[in-house]
Design a protein around this ligand. Structure first.
Ligand SMILES: Cc1cc2nc3c(=O)[nH]c(=O)nc-3n(C[C@H](O)[C@H](O)[C@H](O)COP(=O)(O)O)c2cc1C
Ligand code: SF4
Length: 520
């Protein structure tokens, strides 16, 4: 028998849904039939979804990629000598040289797709836990200063500086403080949180542990979207490994400092991603929004000072502590520093994850990475930042990804999800959908959102029916006035941002609402 050859088949849910388990089984069966010894590693996804299942083979030149592989392709791959990196129609050469991947700047996703997500040894062999080891030798103030210097802003949507949030919690006197990870990931077109949890979960565990050391919190909770059973299983297994190896517990790596971590399954409502509703939900109550102040940093979970951060924010902390705040800060532009994991979805030829420094334009993402629309038709609009994000027309595709540049357009970057639409999209339908989404997901606590969204949906129904003759007098004015009320008077950003998609659709695509002076 020849020496064992390592072959990688992802276990990420995207790859699984495209048949990765069947491919893995076929590889094992075919290898056995040929008397070949395979070392099959179930790695995470590289995020090149259009190539999933992406099978990789370790060769002396590096890992060689084949994809998208189906079980029926496996015999042919063996025939072509893929175990030595042989040529095959599904071959892409060295994985690291694939343009989509090569041109990325992967800091937070440095290990995704490379390692076995369940293996603590693999994590450590690829620079894992270096950030925590350094943090253990630092004062809490110095850890917070490092994160502040990095310029990291919350990746969950609001882009609030993480260092300032942590400093507030550090400054509170309290017998108990908490770290809460917001893993509810409810925005349309987003999956980067899921990828961290399925493909490199220890980086999140490490980031939360560092956050605990930084602010003096000994307990952390991950509030996980209920629709993520694979992430749940992966997190459960890796949290157990971290405890067993002394990376979690009463005495983290013999430092005398405690940090405990538990998983909480989300309640399945979009609003449970809003930080105060999330706290209510973790406390076992219905997820409705709490008025602010008090800020969760001062009175959060069970009334105690609490850091709430998104998965990507926390998963970016280990590299900041390992390589220094200045290293991270040197990526990006303006006040948007570091990198953003961008998720390309919708009508796009090459969907997937692209981690780049802030400053890349939408056009580069859509065409150079995404390869244009999947349908081959012109891209008419993209929605950035989830269901509450604005629609951007072609004339705005040269906007750099930068929080301030987007704000200047009345848009948001949110969690970095980009949903693409070709020229068959009906933007009045999209505006109506935004109101419907808000009506369905409203927590009901305030009138502009609870009632306003229902009236908005009805009004858009009337506009859509009437548009062939042009909207009835006053309809558009009424819609704008309703949006104004929701923008200014809602208690939280669900009601407060629903006007973003509605008004952007109306402003940029007036022809879809009936082309009258009132619309224009
Ligand atoms: C309606 C609504 C839904 C939200 N959903 C999420 C979510 O799924 N995940 C998330 O991280 N933040 C979500 N947020 C933002 C959180 O309220 C909060 O700003 C964030 O968790 C803070 O972490 P960060 O500073 O690391 O971004 C949501 C906000 C609103 C208003
Ligand atoms: S805006 Fe909507 S979701 Fe937010 S508090 Fe008001 S009713 Fe609840």
């Amino acid at each position: 028998m020849n020496p064992s050859i390592t072959v990688y088949v992802p276990r990420d849910v995207t790859a699984l849904s495209l048949g990765a388990d069947k491919v893995a089984k076929a590889l094992v069966t075919e290898a056995a039939a040929r008397g070949i010894e395979l070392n099959l590693v179930r790695n995470g996804s590289r995020g090149l979804f259009w190539l999933e299942p992406l099978v990789e083979v370790a060769t002396s030149a590096g890992r060689v990629a084949y994809g998208p592989v189906k079980a029926k392709d496996v015999a042919g791959l063996f025939e072509a000598g893929f175990l030595e990196g042989g040529a095959h129609p599904l071959g892409h050469g060295l994985t690291e040289e694939i343009e989509y991947l090569k041109r990325q700047e992967r800091l937070t996703f440095a290990r995704a797709g490379i390692t076995d997500p369940l293996s603590l040894d693999d994590y450590i062999a690829h620079d894992g836990y270096r950030g925590l080891r350094r943090a253990l030798g630092m004062t809490p103030e110095a850890i917070v200063a490092e994160v502040t210097e990095s310029g990291l802003r919350g990746r969950g949507g609001a882009a609030f500086p993480t260092g300032i949030k942590w400093r507030t919690v550090l400054g509170c006197e309290s017998a108990q403080k908490y770290i809460v990870c917001n893993a509810d990931e409810g925005d349309s077109g987003t999956f980067s949180d899921r990828m961290v949890m399925e493909d490199d979960p220890f980086v999140l565990i490490e980031g939360m542990t560092i956050a605990g050391l930084a602010v003096g919190a000994t307990m952390g909770y991950i509030y996980l979207r209920s629709e993520y059973p694979h992430a749940e299983a992966t997190l459960k297994a890796t949290i157990a490994s971290a405890y067993a190896a002394g990376y979690l517990g009463d005495d983290v790596l013999g430092s005398g400092k405690a940090f405990h971590l538990e998983l909480r399954r989300g309640a399945g409502a979009y609003i449970c991603g809003e930080e105060t509703a999330l706290l209510e939900s973790v406390e076992g109550k219905r997820g409705t929004v709490r008025p602010k102040p008090p800020l969760p940093a001062i009175e959060g979970l069970f009334g105690m000072p609490t850091v709430i951060n998104n998965v990507i924010s926390l998963a970016s902390v280990p590299i900041i502590l390992d390589k220094g705040g200045a290293y991270y800060r040197d990526f990006g532009m303006g006040r948007s520093l570091g990198t953003l994991p961008i998720q390309l979805t919708g009508n796009i030829a090459r969907g997937g994850l692209v981690e780049k420094a802030f400053g890349i334009t939408l056009r580069e993402l859509l065409y150079e990475y995404g390869g244009g629309s999947a349908s081959g038709r012109p891209i008419r609009a993209v929605q950035v930042g989830g269901p509450l994000g604005a629609y951007l027309p072609e004339s705005q595709f040269d906007t750099p990804l930068d929080y301030e540049a987007f704000a200047a357009l009345g848009a948001v970057l949110g969690h970095g999800g980009i949903v693409v639409f070709d020229d068959t999209v009906d933007m009045a339908d999209m505006a109506r959908y935004a109101m419907e989404f808000c009506a369905v997901e409203s927590c009901g606590k305030c009138t502009p959102c609870r009632i306003g969204s229902t009236r908005g949906e009805e009004l858009l129904d009337q506009i859509i029916v009437a548009r062939s003759e042009g909207p009835q007098p006053g309809q558009i004015e009424l819609l704008k006035s309703l949006c104004d009320t929701m923008l200014g008077a809602s208690l939280c950003a669900l009601g407060g941002m629903t006007p973003y998609p509605v008004l952007s659709a109306l402003n940029h695509f007036p022809e879809d609402f009936g082309d009258t002076a009132e619309v224009r």
